[in-house]
Design a protein around this ligand. Structure first.
Ligand SMILES: CC(C)(COP(=O)(O)OP(=O)(O)OC[C@H]1O[C@@H](n2cnc3c(N)ncnc32)[C@H](O)[C@@H]1OP(=O)(O)O)[C@@H](O)C(=O)NCCC(=O)NCCS
Length: 171
């Protein structure tokens, strides 16, 4: 596994949040960039979700080089779908850190935590159908492909692949 660690999201992540969520390329598979004006509120909402324990909202810390450097995020939360509670995982890696195995290592680390905590049950992921790297992460970590799914990100509809995994089957 790559040399990374996870830490909870914090107020100091405002700049990283803007780079992740307001960038058209980073958000191309997630329905497009979010407006800058909403980033502070999103960050505060995420901090509240994480500190309450309702969601695991983690920033990826890189162990080499600058110890404060953040490579992206990986998040696990629950939401209602057709009257059922669904656990969902999502991830992002900043452009300068992509293609180094960081995204895959971070997803594996959070799923190991989920497995060890025995809390989240089956975990679902919905990468865009053209998102080669994210679909590779699912495939190589042992997710099962359930089929196509029209997901809604920030109020926008997007064709995705629906993958799921019971974390005890993580490879
Ligand atoms: C998708 C994303 C998280 C991938 O993170 P990453 O750290 O670059 O990915 P990794 O280096 O861990 O690579 C994961 C797998 O994808 C493959 N991969 C990485 N970049 C790729 C690319 N550009 N094209 C094809 N495959 C690629 C890797 O070979 C690896 O597969 P392997 O384990 O079989 O070798 C990152 O590109 C990103 O944040 N993109 C924008 C936001 C986004 O799409 N988020 C995901 C929403 S589901």
């Amino acid at each position: 596994m790559r040399n990374i660690a996870l830490r909870e999201v914090a107020v100091s992540d405002a700049d990283v949040y803007e780079r992740m969520f307001c960038d058209p390329t980073m958000m191309s598979g997630l329905g497009g960039p979010l407006p800058r004006s909403g980033i502070r509120a999103k960050l505060q909402h995420d901090i509240d979700e994480a500190t309450s324990g309702r969601a695991w909202i983690c920033m990826i810390r890189l162990s080499r080089g600058d110890p404060t450097a953040v490579g992206g995020n990986v998040v696990l939360w629950a939401h209602e779908s057709h009257g059922m509670s669904i656990s969902e995982i999502g991830w992002m890696v900043l452009p300068e850190f992509q293609g180094r195995g960081i995204g895959k290592a971070a997803v594996r680390l959070l799923l190991r935590r989920a497995r060890d905590a025995g809390r989240w049950g089956v975990v679902h992921a919905y990468p865009g159908i053209t998102n080669t790297a994210s679909n590779a992460i699912c495939r190589t970590l042992g997710f099962t492909l359930a089929g196509r799914h029209d997901a809604v990100f920030a109020g926008r509809s997007l064709p995705t692949n629906h993958w799921h995994i019971n974390p005890i089957n993580l490879t």
